[in-house]
Design a protein around this ligand. Structure first.
Ligand SMILES: NC(=O)c1ccc[n+]([C@@H]2O[C@H](COP(=O)([O-])OP(=O)(O)OC[C@H]3O[C@@H](n4cnc5c(N)ncnc54)[C@H](O)[C@@H]3O)[C@@H](O)[C@H]2O)c1
Length: 408
């Protein structure tokens, strides 16, 4: 399939977080003029002072280069362009934590923002992870706000599948799925992505398949992790080592069981499967169950810790790792935080330790340095293999502990 040349087009990226900022950088590096737009004035101020506001490998250095090249500037008002890339959050609705319903208000507001500046022939790309049919919703909002028929502009969904810690590398190396209900629109987006995707292939499909693609990828991972987490609970009952069991089971040539942990966190795997449960109810039974298994795991760990310390409220507990995975600052949906908060709620003294995140970002948990925790806690819960913990492994293992991750 041919692509349509997008050279020389200006781009406005909406949302300058973990996805929008690195995406702006790779686009600017590829020679495009990029306007970053974020309504958070602090973010814009920080970026325009030459600093970044997220913790992510290599981003600060590469950001400096694109700012120096003149290809990137941040704004707190949307700037007119030829292409709009929407990278805004898609969390759960705050007012209904139980049902876990998709909050599309950021996407809606971004679509309204685009409608204030979009012109005929422009390309609007939705990168945020969304429930099926949301790309059509974006087109409908723009059509309604502008009065311009949706065949006069282009709407595309191109989901993001990067790994935090390796975002810049993966943006240039991963395959991309580009979906639209019009081939011409998809081909425009394909050309744009091919300007920075060095190693991966850009595959073109329809918009709904592209939306589902992202959701089924993360759901696949969630279900597989749920299996490992459920096994850890069963093995505990049997009194055997789940990590040893999995190592042996994986000697089978067609078996590859994942490693259990304290649960599942982050803005993606812990969230996206709920979009399918919300839309498909009883037809998404396996997906729903896996989500419940993974959400239960930190509470189960909390119960095990209580048993191990014999419900002694004088025992000071240290939780080693509060982000949702090792060596990153992202706390969203983190199961370690759920674990620590549950122990606090039960009346225990808990100190959290997370070397990658500023203390002020963590509410409800007293955060201390690793040395403080080692000195003052009687019992440790190892939830993440942060590099700082690996360096002091002997001291950690010398204390009574619960090893959620099979750290050796
Ligand atoms: N973080 C990841 O690793 C990852 C991976 C794959 C997909 N995603 C998806 O990408 C999307 C963005 O995630 P993120 O991690 O970058 O979020 P983020 O919270 O780090 O950044 C989002 C930014 O969007 C801004 N914003 C809010 N409303 C806006 C609007 N109307 N216009 C412009 N900007 C607006 C916010 O101020 C914030 O700075 C989500 O849908 C997420 O599920 C994230």
């Amino acid at each position: 399939m041919k692509s349509i040349n997008m050279e020389g087009k200006t781009i406005t990226v909406l949302g300058l977080g973990y996805i929008g900022l690195p995406t702006s950088i790779v686009l600017a590096k590829a020679g495009h003029k990029v306007n970053g737009y974020d309504p958070n004035e602090e973010v814009v101020k920080t970026l325009n002072s030459g600093k970044i506001h997220i913790v992510e490998n290599n981003v600060q250095d590469e950001f400096k280069k694109v700012v120096d090249s003149g290809n990137f500037k941040a704004f707190s008002k949307i700037q007119p362009a030829d292409v709009y890339i929407i990278c805004v959050p898609t969390p759960f609705k705050e007012d209904n934590k139980e049902e876990k319903l998709a909050d599309l208000s950021y996407v809606e507001s971004a679509a309204h923002d685009v409608a204030t500046v979009v012109k005929e022939g422009d390309l609007v790309i939705l990168e945020s992870t969304v429930p099926p049919l949301t790309t059509k919703m974006v087109a409908n909002i723009i059509e309604k706000d502008t009065g311009m028929s949706k065949d006069k502009f282009h709407t595309v969904h191109c989901p993001e599948r990067v790994l935090p810690g390796k975002i810049l590398y993966e943006l240039e190396h991963n395959d991309r799925i580009i979906g639209s209900d019009r081939e011409e629109s998809a081909l425009m987006a394909k050309n744009l992505y091919e300007s920075f995707v060095k190693e991966g292939t850009c595959y073109v499909t329809d918009d709904i398949t592209a939306e589902m693609c992202k959701l089924v990828e993360n759901t696949f991972r969630d279900i597989n992790i749920a299996y490992a987490n459920e096994l850890s609970i069963i093995c505990h009952e049997l009194g055997i080592d789940v990590f040893k069991l999995i190592e042996l089971a994986n000697k089978h040539p067609r078996v590859n069981i994942l490693t259990p942990g304290v649960g599942v966190g982050g803005h993606c795997i812990a969230v996206d499967p709920w979009f399918l449960v919300e839309k498909f109810g009883d037809n998404a039974r396996l997906i729903n169950t896996a989500r419940h298994v993974n959400d239960y795991k930190p509470l189960w760990v909390s119960n095990q810790v209580e048993e191990e310390i014999k419900h002694d409220k004088n025992v000071k507990i240290g939780v080693l790792g509060l982000a949702y995975k090792p060596n990153i600052d992202d706390l969203r949906e983190s199961p370690s935080i759920i674990l620590a908060e549950d122990l606090i709620k039960k009346g225990y003294t808990v100190y959290g330790c997370e070397p990658n995140t500023k203390k002020e970002k963590i509410k409800n948990i007293e955060v201390k340095s690793l040395d403080y925790v080692l000195e003052n806690c009687d019992y440790l819960v190892i939830t993440l293999a942060n590099k700082e913990f690996l360096e002091k492994k002997e001291k950690i293992f010398a204390k009574k502990h619960y090893n959620c991750i099979g750290l050796k």
